[in-house]
Design a binder for this molecule. Structure first.
Ligand code: NAD
Length: 466
């Protein structure tokens, strides 16, 4: 649809080489994409099809995603730099997401309400219309699926704006959607810069809703742009999530899980537990186990199935992360492990997994989202102090509590100001359960049946009966 000649380059962050050239949408292209999406919603078959029929197409799409899992995972690895074994898991998780919402499509119920007036009162959930889905670069296919699947299941028509670093798997998803039987104009991928393509989508009056995942500062801008039209907005934003470790736990297991959570996807994960707080009596023992597990991580070529940690997504991003580390050390944190590119491949935006101890709440490194393979470790002296440390942030996405005392685990979990809390676990995401943040981590809940509320309007109908 976009005019030829307008392209941007996608880089492989492992090879520091151009991976692909992608058509870059400009204002006119966005205009045409929105016009055809609007037509598809206002006059097309998708919103008018039975929910069961929509579910069938989503199941076919899930099957296509599974069939193409190898290719999708390879492109994901090459554009993000993420380990291939993670990419394969994410592709299958994306397929599972389409399967879940294929089943959810015909289970969106209204209520009958015993009103005082004589008659029948009931509610129904109806599709919103044209929805713009703006996604980030860290889990490009999976986060697109989290939005596309419920939005389509509910009967909307969708436009997906992928991040400019990582448009390739979203484009493949668009093609698979067509092959699976989605009518023309129902799923359109609109690549291009956020400030141009993204903002145009938000400001277009023919777009009924924007669902966004990305940085909190971008989320603020989106809310401002959407405000004049009272446009529906849902936001999944940044995080600075804590892991709390209490005495009595199996420290080796907890350290292994904490490492996995902090350095998975090279720490470029909104749910990464990038702040660890440990009871002071077990601090030294935990730090020793944690650093041992960090040193054992296999850092290398993300296309090698043994690799656990690949490069960061770009050169400028690595520089930003390194500046945080330098600042943290200057502020008085103790470099426990990593902190450099020494011993890593020459080519590729690698950074050794890094941990900073003796961290304090006043330090920027404890307060700001770094979005790289960097963790801070703090000490606490009491349960109350642990809770205060965990909540001392503008974010509130996720958190983990490790304790062998069931009462303590539940007591602490229920005081965390976060949307997703795990006890003796680092799992944050379940397709079947709601996901989202408190405070500046977001607005609304994705996944689970709750996501169907994000993509529908609620209508109340009263029928008078004599
Ligand atoms: P980003 O905010 O820079 O970009 C996200 C998307 O928004 C991209 O597609 C980008 O092109 C677009 N965009 C940028 N500026 C825009 C604008 N002015 N108007 C409209 N669209 C615009 O975020 P990122 O760097 O791609 O992703 C990393 C961030 O995402 C981190 O802060 C991370 O915590 C967050 N994130 C949150 C979740 C969650 O579920 N809460 C999940 C993954 C990532």
């Amino acid at each position: 649809m976009a005019r030829a000649g307008h392209v941007f380059e996608v880089e492989n962050p492992c090879r520091e080489a151009v991976l692909a050239q992608v058509t870059r949408f400009d204002a006119d292209d966005v205009d045409q994409a929105v016009a055809s999406a609007r037509r598809a919603f206002d006059t097309g078959g998708w919103p008018r099809a039975s929910a069961t029929a929509r579910g069938r197409v989503l199941l076919a799409l899930a099957a296509k995603v599974r069939e193409q899992a190898g290719d999708l995972a390879r492109w994901e690895t090459r554009q993000v730099g993420k380990p291939i074994r993670d990419a394969i898991n994410e592709v299958h998780a994306a397929a599972s997401c389409f399967e879940f919402y294929a089943g959810a499509a015909n289970k969106v119920y209204g209520h009958t309400i015993p009103v005082s007036a004589a008659g029948l009162d009931f509610t129904e959930r109806i599709p919103l219309g044209v929805v713009a889905l703006i996604v980030p670069w860290n889990f490009p296919l999976l986060i697109a699926a989290w939005k596309v699947a419920p939005a389509l299941a509910a009967g909307n028509v969708v436009l997906v704006k992928p991040a400019s670093y990582t448009p390739l798997t979203a484009l493949l998803l668009g093609r698979l959607g067509t092959e699976a039987g989605l009518p023309a104009g129902v799923l359109t991928i609109v690549p291009g810069p956020g400030a141009e393509v993204g903002e145009r989508l938000i400001e277009d009056r023919r777009v009924d809703k924007v669902a966004f995942t990305g940085e909190t500062t971008t989320g603020t801008r989106i809310l401002q742009l959407a405000a004049p039209q009272i446009k529906r907005v849902s936001l999944e934003l940044g995080g600075k999530s804590p892991t709390l470790v209490f005495p009595g736990v199996d420290l080796d297991r907890v350290a292994a899980l904490a490492v996995q959570s902090a350095y998975g996807n090279a720490g470029q994960d909104c749910c990464a537990r990038s702040r660890i707080a440990v009871d002071r009596d077990i601090y030294d023992e935990f730090v020793e186990a944690f650093c041992r597990h960090v040193r054992a991580l296999h850092v290398g070529d993300p296309e090698d199935p043994a690799t656990e940690l690949g490069p960061l997504v770009s050169g400028p991003h690595r520089e930003r992360v390194m500046r945080h580390v330098t600042r943290g050390i200057a502020d008085g944190a103790e470099l426990l492990v990593g902190g450099s590119t020494e011993g890593l491949p020459d080519r590729g935006y690698y950074l050794a997994p890094t941990a900073l101890g003796a961290a304090e709440a006043r330090m920027d490194i404890v307060r700001e989202e770094i979005f790289g393979p960097v963790t801070t470790i703090q000490r606490f002296a009491s349960e109350q102090e642990a809770i205060e440390m965990a909540n001392d942030t503008v974010y509130g996405l996720s958190g983990s509590v490790f304790s062998r005392d069931g009462g303590q685990a539940l007591r602490v979990a229920r005081q965390l100001r976060a949307g997703v809390v795990s006890v003796n676990s680092i799992k944050s995401v379940h397709i079947e359960a709601p996901f989202g943040g408190f405070k500046q981590s977001g607005l609304g809940r994705e996944l689970g049946m709750e996501a169907m509320e994000l993509y529908t309007e609620l209508r109340n109908i009263f029928i008078e009966v004599d």
